[in-house]
Ligand binder design. Sequence first.
Ligand code: GAL
Length: 681
Amino acid sequence: MSAILDGKCLVLGTCYYPEHWPETMWETDIKRMIETGIEVIRIAEFAWNKTEPVEGQFTYDFFDRFLDLCDQYGMKVIFGTPTATPPAWLTEKYPEVLNADIEGSLYRHGARRHYNYNSLVYQTLSARIVRKLAAHYAGRKCIIGWQIDNELNCEREWFYSEADTEAFRLFLRDKYGTLDALNEAWGTVFWNQTYTSWNEIHVPRKTISDSTNPHEVLDYIRFISESARRFAKMQSDILREYMKPDDFITTNGMFSNLDNHQMTAESLDFYTYDSYPNFAYCLDAYRDRPGDLKDRRWSRNLTEVRSVSPIYGIMEQQSGANGWNTRMEAPSPRPGQIALWTMQSIAHGADFISYFRWRTSTIGTEIYWHGILDYSGRENRRIREIRDIHAKLQKMKEIAGGRYAAKAALLKDYDNVFDARVDKWHNRVDWASEDALFNAAQKTHTPLDYVYLDHTDLDTLSAYQVIFYPHPAIMTKERADLLTAYVQSGGTLVIGCRSAYKDMNGKCVLENLPGLLSELTQADIPEYSFIAPDAGLVTIDWNGTQLEAVVFTDIVEPVGSGVLEGTYTADYYAGMGALVSNTVGKGKVYYYGTAFSEQAARVFLEKLGVAAPYRDVIIMPESCELAVRQNDSGTYLFVLNYLKMQAEIEIKTAMLDLISGKVISGKVEIPGYGVLVLKQI
Ligand code: GAL
């Protein structure tokens, strides 16, 4: 059984770069990590030159000396394959391995992730270094697992090299067989884009209007995903030939244009995530948005991660300020925040948390990306906080292996996720609804899962009382049948506007809307529109409760057994249908004609009976997150206070505070950035 994620312990780790420090520092660093409670380190993921300094010449001494120390002190090691940073000798000799921008200009040596997945030379040289490393190091006692590459699709998730075009053509030949089929699937008759030879097809290139065929781009994203997955699988197949039976393979992420579920199923033992909640303070996307969850928003990323691996690891957990010398700036975690974010990761299902990084780099572009220790390595409050976290985790071990418990889910699928990247209309409703549903669930203390419809089955779906599938623009008969079976077996399904109007190629269907969902929903959409900028507040009257409509309005009329539950109250569609329900078997489906606002999402959670399932047990302010993990030993409630001021909660049924070891009830104060871990008794 693996040394982490064994269902028995919560393990701390850190990222260490022996190549960044004089060898004389290694031993003291390892000893000090162990004293801090760090049991695992990840190494080597950017160090290709340390084992292959010259093409075809391999030398293992450097990491052998380091691993000897790890063996000596009982430090466990995750060894990274170095393919995220190809050597200069390699890119200079074989420039075809480089990725390019959309105009075909190559990304040169000097940063990282400048390679493309499809260069045959890069695949061959990558396979060789992975084989050499695995053959030499995999048998070592200290090694417990392998990390493939580093953050696949990070830095650039678009690939425009010649090798990509070659591989894209093969991908398309395989998918469509004939050019006629491809032309039909991509609707190339539009604007005279018809292809008469495979060689006329390229990965997207610069066009006059910065737009290109959307059906092509949808396939291109699927192709990028497949390319990344194949690259990971190539490495994982090699590693499995050499690694010890209990060792594991993972990779860290997560990034766009990649089906992480499929990659994990075919190449990994579990997924690991890199969690930097302080990005909330340095990325424009999150800054200054009213009502934004800020660092608590990372719970949404963790929700995504646990949809891939219910029990996962954090390969890089923030332990200091963010910053490159060229971009990004975020403050140092305040006292308590490293612990808060560690517990946030654990609350969602992490049993392994590795801090990025042990020492702050004194060299390179990441000199401001702080680790646990500053440049000098002197004792500081961050290392003290991590020692304290370690002590707390010793009291919480029984949580290990526990799965996040939720009765409500948000449904997604990669075809629609990819389509929303290509299609701005789709993107707008998706973004609004996902934000609203997640925020509403968070603020009402309603545990929520993400589930991918293309990676699930009826049994998994049936575990949820309520499922939201906000805007599945793309729909297939098979998926509509699965949704129908879920509702028939007793589930409640809520579908939002803009659903089922596209096929798998992203082409709009000739049917009345909602297309393949018409029969299930018993709804008909005679017309639809974006909400006009001058429409004012558009609301929906749901049997007396007002819901705020946002972004888009489908007029929804009931047909057959459909029941009109709500009507619009504004603009020219006042009085027209906005919400239709239909009872099917033991369950019910709703077609909701707009995107979700946070207010409307709250009403749905409440009316459908899934809001705040623990309100009889515990009451807390909106600013605290409630997360619940369950295993054979019990049910564990995490209460996380993201604010700097203290929060008052009320425990209505006495529970065991795992960290203090006391049974507590009644009014309890949680300090700013504090966390309570309670066991139901
Ligand atoms: C991660 C990456 C690390 C380091 C860190 C800080 O995305 O995996 O190698 O670069 O960010 O920038």
